[in-house]
Design a protein around this ligand. Structure first.
Ligand SMILES: Nc1ncnc2c1ncn2[C@@H]1O[C@H](COP(=O)(O)OP(=O)(O)OP(=O)(O)O)[C@@H](O)[C@H]1O
Length: 601
């Protein structure tokens, strides 16, 4: 396992960032009525909590000590009435906060997903999938929690502490000042503890995801591990990780154990001071029994809002970092986007010209250099060449997943940057080497090519590419679930489904990256036929690995080192006795001989 492993818990900032906080709070703006509702409810609940303690004091002093039953009934009925109000308040804030939380989660995820769909391929090649997934899942969760429960806890804590202080001041202002002196110490200690505990828990979580990754790699790559005798080295790496996790977990447990007793000790010290002070107050007649009891209750109770406040404050830093990452994703602009005045020409049929095209993925390291090529409308081009030569890059540029760094690509006589991305990409059909199927049925996967296609059209497309036969032989036919990424099907079957999908989409330009993995002869023949049917009358590009495909192409392009090394038909290029000839004799002659022998036997 390498250190390049993506560090999902890396924080963009450890500083309190008011601008980001304002932007986070702005997420609640569309729901301000509900937010105001839950803040008001929680304020009422918190104030009533403190008032109940005050009522208890009055009950002791005015009803129980003087044995006054009518006062007791009066106070109890106020108590009961207010309890009802409080129950309503609790219902209100839980309902509202849950609703607002869900809406904010929903809106953020929608926004992120929508934005992700706009981003260019380059973004995906430089950003780890795990990072993007965390933004849409855990980061949105953390931000939604902050603007809902975070706001609730803060309001509750402030209102509880504030109203308790008011009632304490009413009962005895001198003693209230003693409590006021203890408050900052309590808050400070609580925040410091919380920060440290949260940091340790985060460490545990981060290490846990590394351990899961390591387990995953070692289990799925068990053959390689065994073949290379890496068991001991892997165990050492694994022990290092679990050892660190143990240490972090131990520290978190230790801090958690220390936290509550420390807060309790400080509270006890304050209580001691109050009792000592109140002893003298009673003597001078300044404080009743109920008063002392109320002070003790207020102070003991205050531990909870203080702890809540500390937790929100400590977590806020992480929620702000989460929000920063979300906003950085939302603010990132696609590398490839429509230029001003981009239009849809209605069709992209026409000659395609690569005019002095150069391209580099990163910096000054050109992958294609001064690439010149004209493809006539309806031609079938086979791209061949050594690995890393630039075949996929040529296709990526043609699909406008990337744009040339120099030179231009013309379609139908226009620089394709004059067209809208939608105009180009909706008219190009691509079948990848390892075709991607989405979880769902075969029918849904084919229909992905044209969402409004009827079931008959789906089956017609499958028939045309020769996929119908194998599909109907499956237990549930077109309604067979393909599993995540099409795991239940072979590569050949996936290609056939992708071909059917491409037929249904009826593209004007067809691009295919042939499968390199072995496909049985029958499926291969079906794929060949399917390809031919799609290619008929369409400009087509095939990154070809099979001799039969190459031979059928109108022209073969040998791409090597980012340049067109040779162009021509199979016969022409063989006569040339150049690069193609060598490639053919090394790579394809076996296929040729195999085919020949199979035909002869
Ligand atoms: N997303 C990327 N970022 C940076 N470099 C890349 C990227 N994709 C490809 N390259 C580099 O560009 C060069 C050409 O790659 P390309 O995939 O076009 O070759 P290819 O001819 O299709 O190879 P293969 O037959 O192995 O698929 C290679 O050196 C490769 O490392």
């Amino acid at each position: 396992m390498s250190d390049s492993y993506f560090d999902e818990e890396e924080f963009a900032t450890s500083q309190f960032d008011a601008r980001t906080l304002r932007r986070i709070l702005a997420l609640t703006r569309p729901h301000w009525k509900m937010v105001a509702g839950f803040l008001l409810s929680i304020a009422v609940v918190a104030t009533l909590d403190s008032f109940f303690t005050y009522l208890s004091k009055r009950m002791i002093d005015e009803a129980i000590v003087p044995a006054n039953p009518s006062a007791l009934t009066g106070i109890l009925s106020i108590y009961g009435g207010l309890m009802l109000v409080q129950a309503l308040g609790v219902f209100g804030f839980i309902y509202l906060v849950a609703t607002v939380g869900e809406r904010i989660r929903y809106e953020l995820r929608q926004k992120l997903f929508n934005h992700l769909q706009q981003l260019s391929l380059a973004y995906y090649s430089r950003t780890p999938v795990g990072w993007i997934m965390s933004r849409v899942t855990s980061d949105t969760e953390r931000v939604a929690e902050l603007v809902t429960w975070g706001l609730i806890d803060t309001t509750w804590a402030i209102m509880s502490i504030g109203s308790s202080m008011v009632f304490m001041l009413v009962i005895n202002w001198r003693l209230a000042l003693v409590v006021l002196a203890a408050l900052p110490i309590l808050v400070y200690v609580a925040i410091e503890f919380r920060k440290r505990i949260i940091d340790q828990f985060r460490k545990v979580r981060k290490l846990n995801s590394k351990i899961t990754g390591s387990l995953n790699e070692n289990i799925s790559g068990v053959r390689v591990v065994k073949a290379l005798g890496r068991e001991d080295a892997n165990l050492e790496e694994f022990s290092h990780l679990t050892g660190n996790m143990y240490k972090a977990g131990f520290r978190a447990a230790w801090l958690s154990a220390l936290f509550l007793p420390t807060v309790q000790l400080i509270t006890a010290a304050a209580l001691g001071a109050i009792i000592l002070f109140s002893g003298t107050q009673i003597r001078v007649g300044g404080l009743s029994i109920g008063g002392i009891q109320a002070f003790v209750s207020y102070l003991t109770f205050m531990m909870w809002p203080i702890q809540d406040l500390a937790r929100v404050f400590a977590e806020m830093q992480h929620a702000i970092a989460s929000a920063e990452r979300i906003f950085s994703l939302i603010d990132s602009t696609p590398d490839i986007k429509d230029q001003p005045g981009a239009f849809d020409p209605g069709t992209i049929q026409g000659d395609i010209v690569f005019d002095h095209v150069s391209f580099s993925y990163e910096g000054d390291d050109p992958v294609l250099e001064n690439f010149d090529l004209t493809i006539r409308r309806g031609e079938t081009i086979a791209l061949v060449g050594p690995t890393g030569g630039g075949k996929t890059t040529t296709i990526n540029l043609l699909c406008r997943f990337y744009e040339p760094t120099a030179g231009r690509i013309l379609i139908g006589g226009h620089d394709y940057r004059e067209y809208s991305l939608q105009a180009i990409q909706s008219r190009i059909g691509v079948v990848l080497q390892t075709p991607h199927l989405f979880s769902g049925t075969i029918r849904e996967n084919i229909r992905y090519g044209r969402l409004n296609a009827t079931s008959e059209e789906v089956e017609e497309a499958a028939r045309l590419v020769g996929a119908h036969e194998f599909i109907t032989h499956l237990d549930k036919g077109y309604d067979t679930q393909v599993g995540e990424g099409g795991i239940m099907l072979s590569v050949g079957q996936k290609q056939l489904i992708s071909l059917a999908r491409a037929v249904l989409a009826n593209p004007e330009i067809f691009i295919m990256d042939e499968a390199t993995s072995s496909v049985d002869t029958l499926t291969e023949a079906l794929i060949q036929q399917g390809m031919e049917k799609i290619m008929r009358g369409r400009t087509s590009f095939v990154i070809a690995h099979r001799l039969s495909t190459i031979k059928r192409a109108d022209r073969i392009l040998v791409i090597e080192g980012g340049q067109i090394a040779e162009v021509g038909t199979h016969a022409e290029l063989l006569r040339l006795r150049g690069k193609y000839y060598h490639l053919y004799t090394r790579q394809f002659r076996n296929q040729m001989e195999l085919a020949y022998n199979a035909g002869a036997s």
